[in-house]
Design a protein around this ligand. Structure first.
Ligand SMILES: [Zn+2]
Length: 280
């Protein structure tokens, strides 16, 4: 779809463009005739820079999908916005379709947002972003009294690491999520950052983690990284490193999964031995 001119924009339901305050018609007119030049992401947001220096900003919410379809493909049941894209040397005309059943997500037009939409400047870079500053991150973690898992989920510190990938990265780095940032050595913070990159790169290679048929790529395919998860969703199963049954505990209305042997809880936190968990 990159390099193709947007021939028309059809908003089939107003809710997904509700954040574009001038309304659906204005949304369509600003995008018509423009060309998508790239596809980028920060945290849970994605944006498609335009040749005008503006961008189409999107958030998939709970059930949103962006699909690239041939123009003759039948409409999806929950099709909300259709972009007709002209033919190019890459092939015949296409459509970019925003499909969303529950409509918590949406699309908006971000003026001058090609580089980074203003709406996203409060969100930290993703660890896979080449401009992510490891040293700054390590310093911020080591000044924080929060647990390392809470830090990994804090979008102002680091983005793109959700609950599943945080648990997987902590297992890989052999750190319990309750270990306080200010009690970690720099090398431990670097280890968990490397682990997050390893997990995220592997997950992207497998199309992500789909527990739900709604999580699909632009071709409508689900990821299968859930089969490669080491701890998440594996309560009671043996740790692949040491054989200890994986444990699950409640965490911020969700769950945390960890190996109590490889990832001992910090001293005083209860729930297991404190081996190796002292101030470093
Ligand atoms: Zn283990």
């Amino acid at each position: 779809m990159l390099g193709r001119t947007i021939e028309s924009v059809e908003v089939l339901h107003p809710r997904p463009v509700r954040r574009h305050l001038p309304g659906a018609e204005d949304f369509a007119s600003r995008l018509t005739g423009r060309v998508f030049t790239d596809a980028r992401r920060r945290g849970k947001y994605l944006w498609l820079p335009l040749d005008s220096g503006d961008a189409l900003l999107g958030h998939l919410g709970m059930s949103g999908q962006l699909l690239v379809q041939p123009q003759d493909a039948p409409d999806e049941r929950h099709l909300r916005v259709r972009f007709r894209l002209a033919a190019s040397e890459a092939g015949p005309p296409l459509e970019l379709r925003f499909v969303d059943q529950r409509m918590f997500g949406g699309l908006s037009f971000s003026p001058a947002g090609a580089e980074v939409p203003a709406e996203l400047t409060h969100i930290a870079r993703d660890p896979l972003d080449p401009e992510f500053d490891d040293t700054v991150f390590v310093g911020r973690v080591r000044r924080s009294t929060s647990g390392i898992k809470r830090i990994l989920l804090n979008q102002t510190m680091i983005s793109g690491v959700g609950n599943i990938y945080a648990d997987e990265a902590l297992w890989l780095a052999r750190l319990h999520g309750d270990r306080r940032g200010d009690r970690l050595r720099a090398v431990q913070v670097r280890d968990v950052l490397d682990a997050a990159r390893t997990v995220m790169t592997a997950a992207l290679g497998q199309g992500g983690t789909s527990f739900d048929a709604l999580y699909v790529n632009v071709n409508g395919q689900s990821g299968y990284f859930d089969r490669s998860l080491e701890v998440y969703g594996r309560e009671g199963e043996p740790c692949s490193r040491c054989g200890t049954p994986i444990r699950r505990v409640s965490f911020m209305n969700r769950s945390s999964f960890f190996c109590p042997t490889c990832q001992p809880p910090p001293r005083g936190a209860g729930g297991g031995p404190a081996r190796g968990a002292g101030r470093g």
